[in-house]
Design a protein around this ligand. Structure first.
Ligand code: F6P
Length: 502
């Protein structure tokens, strides 16, 4: 496994001791579950200030630290490289290019150089760890688009799959990126390239057709004698783990604690909504707050009865665009609480600016009457799937933006357009008033979808797909010899949910 973000981070405590934390966030949690089950090596950037203190001479540390199941190999980056490769090229360039959220992408050639050199460092590290030449290498996301091609130079026989977690843009939009051809050629060094949705896959193939000297035949792209299977495979969550946390008796105490901490036990509070997001401009948090504001203005009888818990996890805080969205949300929360509070309490929005560990998160999902995911654009959004997985009681309503990948699968959610403030406010009202039979019917249907396509099914689809593919052609003297690619096997259909998993 190869990703920018590491699954466990070590930090120095004020007294000098070293503490560790698991990275929160749907993708990290889902991939960690996979490695805990399958074993292997995870290569990632060591970003913690005590990360170097706990690794061995190969920069390895066994994780999870309290129950070791696999090896984490850390890559060290200078602050400047991190700023340019991660902050600059990946997050000020590619991220706003791939998400339609109206933030202007910034491309600097210094950032591009750093991106290339950091991707090469990752490839060198993989090459050093590949004791078995054809062991599957699974690369994650937009930070590492050049890793497969750099690895291929060093280990031509390597077998790689890459998953692109975020949307792939339309050709008209990708044209913004001055290095788009290099990015696409880098991705095409993989044997298998997977996107969340069929429309991302279509966009990618269209961009390839327009920009590269490649042959595209159905799902196979051939360039420079190398064939890449391009597929769509929506990511899932660790459904069984979430349901087992949700049904654990001790969760009740956690839920009660949360209720107290968030003042959800205040007199009069009857309806609780939740939103859980990284503080990112793609997540549509201002739009969500505007809809709640509109709802409380239209229905003043809900004041004091409705509390909305917004968990905002600070993210990419060194970037101006992220500082700006964090500030905008602070101001909006304060305004709405002033407008709709009774002067005694702090108002309807309970805003917590920190990450929650998985047990607390599940407890929060369980105490909510509804959950809002209102992204302006999102590759998938695993909060939506986590909320559904947590609701073993078949209760709770999901209000979901049609701009998320998840909306393609969770069609029984209340689908909203985050730009339509009136429609959005009405959907929240409907969620609050929804009859119990309808709530249960919708939740049951969504649970079937989430259970049937969890993170393990997703990973097996990709990794087994990679394993079943024709061994890659060797370079020979004279003209390049390639075998015709075999058709990619169809993805497994989602199995019906069993009673035990309900
Ligand atoms: O959604 C894309 C993604 O890279 C996820 O894989 C990850 O959970 C999230 O963004 C977090 O981003 P960062 O690593 O910048 O905190």
């Amino acid at each position: 496994m190869v990703s920018n973000r590491e699954p466990y981070i070590h930090t120095r405590e004020p007294g000098g001791s070293v503490a560790w934390t698991a990275t929160t966030g749907g993708v990290a949690v889902a991939l960690d579950a996979l490695l805990r089950e399958r074993g292997g090596i995870w290569i990632a950037h060591g970003a913690g200030d005590a990360d170097r203190l706990v690794v061995d001479s190969h920069d390895h540390v066994r994780v999870p630290p309290d129950a070791p199941a696999y090896t984490l190999k850390r890559i060290w980056l200078s602050a400047e490289d991190e700023g340019r490769y991660y902050g600059g090229f990946a997050n000020e360039g590619l991220w706003p290019t791939c998400h339609i959220a109206h933030v202007r992408p910034i491309y600097r050639s210094e950032d591009w150089e750093a991106y290339r050199s950091v991707n090469t460092r990752f490839a060198e590290a993989i090459s050093a760890e590949l004791t078995e030449a054809t062991a599957p290498v699974f690369i994650q996301d937009y930070h590492l688009a050049l890793v497969a091609s750099e690895l291929r130079r060093r280990r031509p026989e390597a077998r790689t799959a890459q998953f692109w977690h975020i949307p792939w843009p339309h050709p008209d939009r990708l044209r913004i990126c001055p290095w788009r051809k290099e990015i696409m050629s880098g991705l095409l060094a993989n044997d298998l390239l997977a996107f969340q949705l069929e429309r991302d896959r279509r966009n990618f193939l269209q961009c390839v057709r327009e920009d590269l000297p490649a042959a595209v035949e159905r799902s196979v792209v051939t360039m420079d004698g190398h064939a890449t299977h391009v597929v769509s495979a929506p990511i899932g969550v660790d459904y069984d783990r979430i349901t087992s946390i949700a049904t654990d008796r001790s969760l009740e105490a956690e839920t009660a604690r949360l209720r107290r901490e968030l003042r959800l036990d205040a007199p009069g509070v009857e309806i609780v909504g939740v939103g859980v997001d990284r503080l990112d401009y793609t997540k549509g948090i201002p739009e969500r707050l505007a809809a709640i504001d509109r709802l409380l203005t239209r229905h003043p009888e809900l004041r004091g009865r409705l509390a909305f818990v917004q968990v905002g996890v600070p993210s990419r805080t060194k970037l101006e665009s992220y500082e700006a969205i964090e500030h905008e949300i602070d101001v909006l929360v304060a305004e709405i609480n002033r407008r709709h509070g009774d002067g005694q309490d702090a108002g309807p929005i309970r805003y917590r600016k920190s990450a929650l560990k998985i047990r607390r998160l599940v407890a929060l999902y369980r105490l909510a009457n509804f959950c809002i995911v209102s992204s302006l654009h999102d590759g998938m959004n695993l909060v939506a799937k986590e909320f559904v997985a947590a609701r073993t009681d078949e209760e709770g309503v999901l209000v979901l933006s049609e701009m998320t990948g998840a909306a393609q699968e969770l069609t029984d959610a209340m689908i909203i357009n985050p730009y339509d403030v009136d429609g959005f406010a009405s959907a929240i009202r409907r969620a609050i008033d929804m009859p119990v039979e309808e709530r249960r019917r919708r939740m049951r249907a969504m649970r079937r979808v989430v259970a049937g396509h969890d993170v393990f099914v997703w990973a097996s689809d990709i990794l087994e797909g990679l394993e079943r593919m024709t061994p890659r052609p060797r370079r020979v003297r004279g003209p390049e010899v390639t075998r015709p690619p075999r058709p990619f096997p169809p993805f497994r259909a989602a199995p019906a949910i069993s009673d035990a998993r309900r």
